[in-house]
Design a protein around this ligand. Structure first.
Ligand code: CO
Length: 664
């Protein structure tokens, strides 16, 4: 295990932690004061996004004390003029400002004003009223207007800020409106001018009548009986510590927690202990984009593709976990701080959940020759948050394991997007309840993994299983081997998973070797599920090109943060990864960033209605020749009194464990 040539984390001092610390309310307020003073934020300005503008990694790691600068996206909702602004509270100045060209550069993310405004505007529109009246819907107070990001703009729409709107019937204030979609009518609203640009009344389908009020006990019916309490206790408290810069230490892992309005949880300087040395693994990790493309090409919903990071800033929709009992055990909650649309700071109490959980068996062997029988119990550190973005709810769970496994998992739940389902059947949706449809769709995520395996200079080898041709070295034909192919440039480092070949990606360091003389590394294990299914000429393919490969590797460049570009909302496409990688920079043995696409392809089930049981997707990173042996040999035999040392090898004692109520 002793491997003295491995460099530790170097200048990962308190200064580094302070430079990368999460945004505070004081910093938001201080920045707003400067923006007001400089006339950038006035009465009708909405602050769409506010976040830390991280310094160049090279400066941070060199220990150069930098300003903490912040980036704000702002829009004047009377003119639509939008700016990308950088402000430095410590220097008390605006560092830069750029006015967006809405035709070529897209728009800033959706602001809350747009949600409430469209219902007002649509409720007053004669064409929409007529379309509703034709369907017998005359009680306007029951009609909810659901604004949706516009996707690619059509002829005559360019340069405008548009929401496309659907209508749902909410029969009572308690009713679940998603159960009653008014399908076939789409309203285009310019949210700056307040004009209704068009009302598409494409098809008249009956509004599904059956309620979906799962939140009401009388609607759900009686509770299932026979379930007794499960309680998790940690009588001595949790095993992690967290400091004032939110540097979290647990069982050899160290990582700094940040929270961003766009990406949610952001981790910096993830390192792991090896015989007293903290060895770096990842410089920065986040989910940099997620998008939900719908597969129904009909005139009323062809545009339906939601970018929950780039268009909606999902971090701002983090749930306050004090409102729902979501976690079990000894929980530590942290608040998240984001900016309101008026530019003021908003604290989301208890947005981030940190806890340990039991994770089954870590390792185990009973040896028939020497008679030994050993087993160790695994546990993992869980850092998570939950967001609600419209109909869907997503949990983002980062798991850190005792054996070095780093896993990310999304838990997708909430209510599926609904449509009316024609009696004749429909090839682009499932039927969930009588006359109620759910269009087929995908949930595609992009993890941005700025790797730093024992240092910033890394490379990626694609590893895969291969049959060896019959011949002198393989006379029986049973031979198979593992092939390694170096991904040398940005163009040949755009890869698609292949589970039939056990294809994985090894992130190695050419300057650091293990005790066997091989480069140390970490391996990314993809789930290998479908990528974007829409065809290669489609608008969504242009806007979400990142989702057409499971892996991209790029040369580190501090401004390259979002795989579909900085301004995804109303963007015509081509930004982000496809634009950057056109330079085809070398990625072999230099400072690199991995971008990993993963996700769910969702053909909704009847059982997904009215609220969807959690479905999961994610990825795993594991050390691969990074350590000199199993790094979890040092885990003590038993922790806690459930299997006391005396009972560990005694089946009778073990099973009954002195629990008085066993056998009830
Ligand atoms: Co879904």
């Amino acid at each position: 295990m002793v491997n003295s040539q491995h460099k530790g984390t170097g200048p990962r001092t308190a200064l580094v932690a302070k430079t990368l610390a999460t945004v505070t309310a004081e910093e938001i307020d201080g920045s707003l004061a400067i923006l007001r003073r400089e006339g950038l934020v006035v009465a009708d300005t909405h602050v769409s996004y506010f976040g830390l503008l991280e310094p160049d990694k090279r400066a941070v790691l060199a220990g150069v004390s930098g300003d903490r600068c912040f980036r704000a996206f702002i829009i004047d909702m009377t003119t639509g003029l939008s700016h990308d602004v950088v402000v430095s509270p410590s220097d008390d100045r605006v560092v830069s400002q750029h006015q967006l060209d809405p035709v070529t550069e897209g728009g800033v993310p959706v602001v809350l004003r747009e949600f409430s405004y469209v219902e007002e505007v649509v409720h007053a529109d004669e064409r929409w009223l007529a379309a509703m009246a034709r369907r017998g819907l005359t009680d306007i107070s029951t009609l909810r207007v659901n604004p949706l990001s516009a996707g690619v703009l059509a002829e005559g729409e360019h340069g405008r800020r548009i929401q496309r709107c659907f209508t749902f019937v909410q029969n009572t204030p308690e009713d679940l409106g998603w159960a009653h979609p008014v399908d076939g009518v789409t309203v285009m609203v310019d949210v700056v001018t307040g004009e209704v640009l068009d009302v598409i009344d494409y098809v008249d389908l009956p509004v599904p009548l059956e309620d979906g009020n799962f939140h009401l006990a009388e609607w759900r019916g009686p509770d299932r009986e026979g379930l007794k309490p499960i309680e998790i206790t940690q009588p001595e408290g949790p095993s992690f510590t967290i400091d004032e810069n939110r540097v979290l230490s647990w069982a050899g892992w160290q990582l700094q927690l940040g929270f961003d309005q766009r990406e949610g949880l952001v981790f910096h300087n993830i390192s792991i202990n090896d015989d007293g040395t903290q060895r770096p693994v990842v410089y920065r990790a986040s989910i940099a984009e997620m998008m939900v493309p719908y597969g129904d090409p009909s005139p009323q919903r062809w545009f339906q593709n939601f970018f929950d990071c780039g268009e909606y800033l999902l971090g701002g929709f983090a749930n306050s976990l004090e409102l729902g009992c979501d976690c079990v055990g000894d929980i530590t909650y942290l608040d998240a701080v984001v900016a309101n649309n008026d530019g003021s700071a908003r604290t989301i109490p208890q947005a981030i959940c940190i806890h340990e959980e039991d994770a089954g068996i870590l390792w185990k062997h009973t040896d028939n020759w020497n008679g030994s029988s050993d087993s160790r119990r695994n546990r993992r550190l869980v850092v998570s948050f939950f967001v609600t973005v419209g109909n869907y709810d997503y949990g983002f769970y980062w798991y850190f394991g005792l054996d070095g496994t780093l896993e990310f998992e999304v838990k997708a739940t909430g209510v599926v997007f609904t449509s009316a389902y024609p009696a004749a059947g429909y090839p682009f949706a499932s039927e969930l309840a009588p006359g109620l449809g759910a269009p087929y769709h995908q949930h595609l995520f992009s993890a941005r993994l700025d790797m730093m395996v024992d240092g910033v200079d890394n490379y990626v080898d694609e590893l895969e299983a291969a049959v060896v041709p019959r011949g002198e070295s393989n006379p029986t034909g049973s031979g198979f081997t593992q092939l390694a192919t170096r991904l040398t440039t940005e163009s040949n480092a755009q890869r698609i998973a292949d589970n039939l070949k056990n294809r994985v990606w090894f992130i190695g360091n050419p300057n650091s070797q293990n005790r066997l003389g091989n480069d140390v590394g970490w391996v990314l294990y993809p789930e290998g599920k479908p990528l974007l299914i829409a065809d290669s000429e489609s608008d969504i393919h242009k806007r979400a090109t990142f989702a057409t490969k499971h892996l991209w590797v790029t040369a580190y460049e501090p401004s390259e943060l979002y795989p579909a570009g900085d301004f995804v909302n109303l963007h015509p496409g081509g930004a982000g990864l496809p634009a950057w990688t056109a330079a085809n920079r070398p990625v072999d043995g230099t400072d690199i960033v991995l971008w990993h696409t993963f996700g769910l392809t969702h053909f909704p089930r009847v059982e997904d209605w009215p609220v969807m049981p959690v479905d999961t997707t994610g990825f795993v990173l594991k050390p691969h020749g990074f350590f000199g042996r199993n790094p979890a040999l040092d885990i003590p035999e038993t922790i806690g009194d459930h299997c006391g040392p005396d009972g560990a090898h005694d089946h009778t004692t073990h099973a009954h464990g002195g629990h008085e109520h066993h056998g009830h």
